[in-house]
Design a protein around this ligand. Structure first.
Ligand code: ACO
Length: 322
C-alpha cells in the first residue's frame, strides 16, 4: 500500500526576539507570571515580514536541503489562521515564489490543529494519485494581538515550519489518525472578525484580535488531546509505550505535563520548545519536528505521535512511523 514518507523538515522564524521582560515594559505583567503558567520566556515576532514571507523561506530551505526541483511538487498545503490575505492564499504565494508550476496550492485553517489536519490531507492525496508535496504551517499571530491585552498577547509568537512528503511503498508512514471538531465550543477562542456591512446598512465592526477563555481552552486541551491520541494509536495498532516521541502543539508546558500524566508516559517523551517561540499555532508542531530533525533526533524506525488542539475548537492526532 502507498504510504507517506517525510523527506525533510525545516523551519524559519523572524529574527526579532521579544522577551517576557520586554513585554513587562509594555503592560502589567512579568516573566515569573508568564513562565510559571506557560513555559514561555521569549517569542519571535516579525518586523516587516508577513505570513507568506515566512512560509516561502521554509519552502526554499526545504528545496535547497533536499535538492528537489520545485516543478516536481504536486501540491502545497499551508496550515494557517493568519494569512496575508484571503486571496491569494499563502500557499498560492509560496507556489508562485518558488516556481512550483505543477503544484496546486491551498491553505487550510484549523488554527493550532492546522498541521495535523494538513498532514492528514497530504496523506490522503498521496494515497490517491499524487507523488510529492509540501506541507507547511505558517503564522504571523502578532497581527492578531492586542498588545494592550495581557491575557493573550503574552502567549503567542510568529514562525513557520514544514516538510516535504512523498509517496512510498516502504513499510513506513502515516499509520493512523483521529481528527475532531467541536464547533459548538468555538466561542472559547476567536480571532480575525471582518467588518460586515450589508445592504440595510447594519455593520458588524472589524475585530482582528484574539479573544480567549483561557481556562476553557486549557480544560478542553487536557481532556480531549488524550482522547484523540488514544484513538489515533488504536487505529495505528500502536501502544503509548511503543511511541518514541509525542510532538504536541506547543501552547503551554502545563497542558503538556498534564497530558503526559494522563497518558501515563514519561515527560521526556514530550519534547518542548515553547520557551523560545511561544504558541505559534499551526507552525508549532513543525517547528519542534524541524528542530529535532536538524539535531538528528529523528531516527529511522521511530514512531512519533503528533497532536494539536485549539481554535474551532479542534483537536487531532496522528501516528507516523519513520
Ligand atoms: N500577566 C500577569 N497577570 C495576568 C496576565 C499576565 N499576562 N494575564 C492574566 N493575568 C491575571 C488575571 O487578570 C487574573 O487576575 P485576577 O485573579 O486578579 O483576576 C490572574 O492573572 C489569573 O488569571 P487566569 O486567567 O485565571 O490565569 P490562569 O492560571 O488560568 O492562566 C492561561 C491563564 C495561561 C491563559 C491559561 O488559562 C492557559 O494556558 N490556557 C490555555 C490557553 C491556550 O493554550 N490557548 C491556545 C489555544 S491554541 C489556538 O488555537 C490558538
Amino acid at each position: 500500500m502507498e504510504q507517506l514518507k517525510i523527506i525533510s523538515a525545516m523551519k524559519y522564524v523572524p529574527e526579532r526576539v521579544v522577551t517576557n521582560d520586554e513585554l513587562a515594559t509594555m503592560m502589567d505583567t512579568n516573566d515569573e507570571w508568564i513562565f510559571s503558567r506557560t513555559g514561555i520566556h521569549r517569542r519571535h515576532v516579525v518586523t516587516d515580514e508577513n505570513t507568506s514571507d515566512l512560509a516561502i523561506m521554509v519552502a526554499k530551505r526545504l528545496l535547497e536541503q533536499t535538492h528537489i526541483a520545485a516543478e516536481s511538487l504536486d501540491f502545497i498545503i499551508v496550515g494557517t489562521m493568519s494569512p496575508d490575505t484571503l486571496s491569494p492564499s499563502v500557499a498560492a504565494r509560496v507556489q508562485g515564489a518558488i516556481g512550483a508550476t505543477n503544484a496546486f496550492a491551498t491553505d487550510l485553517n484549523a488554527a493550532c490543529t492546522g498541521l495535523v489536519y494538513s498532514m492528514s490531507f497530504a496523506s490522503a492525496l498521496l494515497a490517491t494519485r499524487y507523488q510529492r508535496g509540501m506541507v507547511i504551517g505558517a503564522e504571523v499571530l502578532s497581527k492578531l494581538l492586542d498588545w494592550q491585552d495581557r491575557t493573550v498577547s503574552v502567549l503567542f509568537g510568529d514562525g513557520a515550519a514544514g516538510v516535504i512528503v512523498e509517496r512510498t511503498t516502504e513499510a513506513i508512514g502515516y499509520l493512523g489518525e483521529s481528527l475532531r471538531t467541536y464547533g459548538a465550543q468555538g466561542d472559547a477562542l476567536t480571532a480575525g472578525a471582518f467588518a460586515n456591512t450589508n445592504l440595510t446598512g447594519e455593520i458588524t465592526p472589524a475585530d482582528p484580535y484574539f479573544h480567549m477563555d483561557g481556562r476553557a481552552v486549557y480544560n478542553f486541551a487536557t481532556r480531549e488531546v488524550p482522547v484523540v491520541l488514544n484513538e489515533a494509536m488504536e487505529q495505528s495498532g500502536v501502544t503509548a509505550d511503543e511511541v518514541d516521541l509525542f510532538l504536541l502543539h506547543q501552547a503551554n508546558s502545563r497542558i503538556i505535563d498534564s497530558i503526559a500524566k494522563r497518558m501515563k508516559q514519561p515527560i521526556e517523551k514530550f519534547p518542548m520548545n515553547m520557551v523560545e517561540y511561544g504558541n505559534t499555532s499551526a507552525a508549532s508542531i513543525g517547528l519542534l519536528l524541524a528542530e529535532l530533525w536538524e539535531a538528528g533526533r529523528i531516527q529511522p524506525g521511530m514512531k512519533i505521535a503528533i497532536a494539536g488542539f485549539g481554535g474551532g475548537l479542534t483537536a487531532g492526532a496522528s501516528v507516523l512511523q519513520f
